[in-house]
Design a protein. Structure first.
Lengths: 325, 760
């Protein structure tokens, strides 16, 4: 397995280089270094000299991809792409374009993201599995039919509706929890309640349907028929056999999203005022802060690759028949 | 408000509640013990009950976003929509940043809080600066000297002795006078994650050197001050200092220092001089009467050199401990918590020199209770907590719940908050009045205009045809309607480039723009569309037809408003020109491309705005001064307007003091603009602000940002209101729970039936 992991990590390198190059190209198709300078220097009294000085100071005064004024390898290395990208591979994110240390910001902002994302995932998982089992138990009945209809309805509603509706109902009409905001330490709990509830409810539709499909697939297997033939009651069949076997795709599906929990949710964090990495990325995009955008995309790619690797490894743990060679 | 069982026990009522609560929990525990539930289940139930009872027994509302006990004090609660980028006064130039640093930094001058028109008064200065105009022969000139005769102008500022900085680690000293945190030892650096983690702080007296040091910082290129190029035109030796300090800094960088700090004190700026410990002089080339306004801005606030040296130490910047995030000043407040992703907290500066609430104001101010605190020492508020609130809906709802003391009014909430009377006056709705919310309005010292690119061959230039076309369009685009539809009435149609409150603005009949409006029935009315059609015909575009093509005249409107929200507004613009038969093509793009078009001069019609730096007509009319053309010199004249007479009058006007003669010059300049119509003057936005009844001394001030010190807050009234408005409503939860239980019953019955049927 070690060889497999090393091989996968080596495969990751060209992927990361590609992701980084793509981010770079996409960003600079929309923005030029001059645009970035104007954005950071403000709308008033911005002179050419000020733009030039800003670009010099932030290393944007060089050519983007190829430096025609240099010779040899310096044509490629003395460029913005190379200078801004190389340090990423040792996780040195440097400073944002407005002077803040990105690594420090990430280390501060990942905790609020996790504080919302982890309970949402765990509670959501429990709720979705429960509902899915219920629907599977009453399969082909009116409960199953209406359950699926409700799930499809819930899937069709925008997550923004759940957020605004949740804030209005729970925070404003019922006055049960703060509408938005965040606090540190133990004081954070009351700000977590509503985003977690909204996140869980928003995910019930798709989650329940997905898990129901998995359970129904398992229910039709021969071993389930054998279990029933042995005289096991239906709930024992469901919990002992179906749930255990259906857990393999559930587990792998969960493992793949685990690293992404760090990145946070863009919408939820923005509307609930959670100072996490999701809102960090949104701010960076709107402020045209390439340093942060690049760092967050790179981090997202790394975490996604780790997630996929962990998924493969979790297969071997969940299903002994799987071997990573 | 109690925050723990310990706090509860301190009050008789709370003690009774606590006893009852403990009794109830004991009863329930005993009852559970005798039940058949497992031990684990019993423990969970008891703990849940206990926590619910604890929450229920505190005075704090469940949805209170602050920690218990905060609301009762003299604390001001507000929000900010986006995190500030820079809090260094040398760099900061936006209102959301000034909202914080203006409470911390103190330039020598400030605006009088109550007096209108806006008037400068001393802040840290003893008096307004002494202004000495010196002729080319070295002789002192009088106030009425012609600008051409003035070689330079000296501004001599004398600050008050005894003013001290806020407690700050950069100023902490040992007994021997050496600084505690310079150089910073690795053990200390390892312990520190925020400025508050430094155990020792110190202070020192404010001296003239600190103001001079800050002016040098403005000129230091790596600081990227937005006003550096402007100051280089006016302050003697500023441009030379920019070059010299940059060269010195680069030399330092090459010498291999990992964190180079250039001590700007070692370099001289010829136009800025310390005269004595409390007096300094700034020499302005020729004249620049508007310079005095800059002395009321944070750019000219003092900076102790120790602070800059402290923050430049290796390791601090990596922890975001730098001058951009931790200001140091002499003002009434100091920034004790700077978490721009969450919350900013200003706390009263214990070393504040003291200032008294103004005693002079208008009769209306007295009626409004704005003079009730006259002569009392400020600040009144001990602490101000600003929470990051990016979205308008939660911000508005939290204001209505009493968790923010003030709020603007977003378009979505406007009808809920404000209604217009028969006379067009804005009043609050019943809902707002019931809550004791107050409304304050003021016309901003800003303008939103639609410009013609004067370099364009169709709409630009000084030909009669183009001039008449611009005039016709100026009549057709009905900004009164625009304000009503898109601004909820929050604006005033502009008759010229100068907003109310700026010298040169004329209200009423004398202020009417005769090209677009007329005075009828005692009020200003837009000219009928027939007048515009007539002008269009004179221009050679009868019924909006282009004689070259025979088809409708096609004009292009460039805008960065590309989102779906702007669609209605852009359609409205199209409809306005349709009234003349002109086809308007909307060229929506992103802001970067829009800026690019403006710089290249490829736009035809566009909309833009300007917010005044200071209350002087020069700060608006320079937007149309020829040499400031966007294409020619990348200046602020986006219309690229150039008119010889206007430019000559501008040069004359900008150096004049406010006087009848200056007013005559301004009248002539505005007449030229009306006739040439390089702008559709658009509108002056009206600021609508709301605040709760427990906040006192609120008067909109569009120039001053250091207004927190004037605010007074009644914390007890706030707590009472919060408790009344935010009682938790639990019955819908019970109904939901009931529905869930009812809906589960058939499932349970079905489950049991299914189990039994298989068992048989």
């Amino acid at each position: 397995m070690t060889a497999y992991i090393i091989r996968r990590l080596l495969y990751a390198l060209p992927i990361l280089i590609g992701v980084n190059a793509l981010t770079f190209v996409l960003f600079f198709v929309v923005n030029s270094p001059d645009d970035m300078a104007r954005m950071h220097l403000g709308g008033k009294r911005v002179t050419d000299q000020a733009i030039l000085a800003w670009k010099e100071d932030h290393g944007y005064d060089k050519p983007l991809l190829i430096n025609q004024s240099r010779e040899g390898s310096a044509q490629l290395t003395d460029t913005i792409l190379f200078e801004k990208s190389l340090r990423l591979f040792v996780f040195d994110f440097g400073q944002s374009d407005n002077g803040r240390d990105i690594s420090h910001d990430i280390s501060q902002r990942m905790w609020p993201s996790l504080a919302i994302a982890v309970p949402t995932l765990l509670v959501g998982l429990a709720v979705n599995i429960t509902f899915a089992l219920l629907l599977a138990f009453f399969r082909a009945s009116y409960l199953d039919f209406w359950g699926v209809v409700i799930c499809v309805g819930m899937m069709s509603i925008s997550s923004l509706f759940y957020i605004i509706g949740g804030q209005f109902l729970v925070g404003k009409l019922l006055n049960l929890v703060p509408i938005s905001g965040y606090d540190t330490g133990v004081h954070a709990w009351k700000f977590m309640v509503l985003p977690v509830i909204v996140g869980v409810i928003g995910g019930i539709g798709s989650g329940t349907r997905w898990y129901r499909t998995l359970f129904l697939e398992e229910i039709q297997r021969d071993y389930v028929r054998s279990a029933r033939a042995k005289g096991l009651s239906e709930h024992l069949v469901l919990f002992r056999h179906v749930l255990r076997n259906a857990l393999i795709p559930i587990l792998t599906g969960v493992v793949v999203v685990l690293p992404m929990l760090f990145i946070g949710s863009l919408l939820t964090e923005s509307f609930f005022g959670i100072p996490g990495l999701g809102s960090y990325t949104i701010e960076a995009i709107s402020n045209q802060d390439f340093a942060i955008v690049r760092a967050m995309v790179f981090l997202g790619a790394v975490l996604y690759i780790i997630g996929l690797l962990l998924t493969d490894i979790s297969y071997t743990i969940a299903d002994p028949r799987v071997r990573l060679d | 408000m109690p925050s723990s069982v310990g706090d509860l026990a301190c009050r008789p009522k709370a003690r009774r509640e606590l006893r009852t609560m403990v009794r109830k929990v004991t009863h329930i525990s005993v009852a559970l013990k005798s039940s058949r539930l497992s031990r684990w289940c019993r423990q969970v139930l008891v703990l849940s009950l206990l926590s619910m009872l604890l929450v229920g027994c505190t005075d704090q509302a469940w949805n209170d976003p602050y920690r218990a006990g905060k609301a009762a004090g003299t604390v001001f609660f507000s929000s900010f929509p986006e995190r500030p980028k820079h809090l260094d006064p040398v760099r900061s130039y936006s209102s959301n940043e000034w909202a914080f640093i203006s409470q911390v930094y103190e330039p020598p001058l400030q605006y009088h809080y109550l007096r209108r028109p806006y008037t400068l008064v001393p802040l840290t200065a003893e008096n307004l600066p002494e202004i000495r105009r010196v002729g080319h022969d070295g002789r002192l000139l009088g106030d009425d000297a012609a600008a051409a005769d003035v070689a330079y102008t000296d501004y001599v500022v004398r600050i008050r002795p005894g003013i001290r900085y806020q407690p700050h680690p950069a100023l902490a000293r040992h007994d021997d006078g050496s600084h505690v945190y310079w150089p910073l030892v690795p053990e200390v650096l390892g312990r520190v994650n925020a400025l508050a983690d430094f155990e020792q702080t110190g202070t020192r007296e404010l001296v003239a050197d600190d103001y001079v040091y800050q002016i040098k910082r403005l000129a230091f290129v790596p600081n990227h001050s937005p006003v550096a190029s402007l100051m280089a035109e006016h302050i003697e030796g500023f441009a030379e200092f920019m070059r010299a300090s940059k060269a010195a800094f680069e030399g330092l960088d090459k010498s291999g220092s990992s964190e180079p700090w250039l001590d700007l004190r070692t370099l001289a700026m010829s136009g800025v001089e310390v005269i004595d410990r409390y007096t300094y002089r700034v020499r302005i080339l020729n004249t620049y009467p508007q310079f005095v306004y800059w002395l009321a801005m944070n750019f000219f606030a003092p900076m102790p050199w120790e602070a800059e040296r402290f923050y430049q130490q290796p390791g601090l910047n990596e922890k975001n401990i730098n001058l951009h995030w931790y200001p140091i000043g002499t003002g009434p407040y100091m920034l004790t918590e700077n978490n721009p992703n969450l919350r900013m907290t200003l706390v009263r500066n214990p070393n504040f020199h003291g200032e008294r609430y103004p005693s002079q104001g208008s009769a209306q101010d007295r009626r409004d209770g704005l003079l009730d605190d006259a002569g009392k020492p400020m600040p009144f508020v001990e602490r101000a907590i600003y929470s990051l609130e990016k979205e308008a809906i939660p911000r508005w709802n939290k204001f209505l719940q009493g968790y923010y003391d003030n709020s603007g009014i977003a378009s979505d909430s406007f009808d809920q908050a404000v209604q217009f009377g028969s006379g067009g006056e804005a009043t609050l709705t019943e809902e707002m009045i019931e809550k004791g919310i107050q409304l304050s309005t003021a016309v901003e010292t800003s303008i939103y205009y639609t410009g013609f690119n004067m370099r364009d061959p169709v709409v630009g230039g000084d030909s009669e045809r183009a001039r008449l076309l611009r005039q016709a369009i100026s009549i057709a685009i009905d900004f009164e309607e625009f304000i009503s539809i898109f601004r909820n009435g929050r604006g005033e149609a502009a008759q010229g480039p100068l907003p109310p409150g700026i010298f040169g603005h004329r209200a009423g009949r004398t202020g009417v723009n005769p090209v677009t409006h007329q005075w009828r029935d005692g009020r200003v009315q837009r000219r009928p569309i027939e007048d515009a059609k007539r002008l269009l015909e004179q221009a050679g575009y009868a019924q909006g037809r282009d004689p070259k093509t025979g088809g409708p005249l096609i004009l292009n409107y460039d805008t960065p408003a590309a989102g779906p929200d702007s669609k209605a507004m852009l359609n409205w613009y199209r409809k306005q020109l349709k009234k003349l038969g002109i086809e308007l093509v909307i060229r929506a793009t992103d802001y970067n491309r829009f800026q690019d078009k403006m710089l290249k001069g490829t736009a035809q019609l566009f909309s833009w705005g300007w917010n005044a730096d200071y209350p002087d007509p020069e700060n608006f009319l320079f937007l149309l001064y020829g040499p400031n053309g966007k294409v020619e010199s990348k200046g602020e004249n986006a219309a690229n307007f150039r008119n010889a007479e206007f430019d000559a009058l501008f040069l004359k006007m900008k150096d004049m003091p406010n006087s009848p003669e200056r007013l005559r010059v301004l009248d002539r300049m505005i007449d030229i603009l009306r006739d040439e119509s390089p702008w559709l003057f658009g509108f002056f936005p009206k600021a609508f602000g709301l605040h709760h009844g427990w906040v006192e001394n609120v008067k909109p001030h569009l120039m001053a940002k250091n207004t927190l010190k004037y605010r007074r807050v009644d914390g007890e009234a706030r707590v009472a209101a919060q408790q009344t408005w935010n009682r938790p409503v639990l019955w819908p939860l019970a109904i939901v729970l009931g529905i869930l239980v009812i809906s589960v019953i058939p499932a349970v019955i079905g489950f049991i039936a299914s189990e039994r049927s298989r068992a048989l």
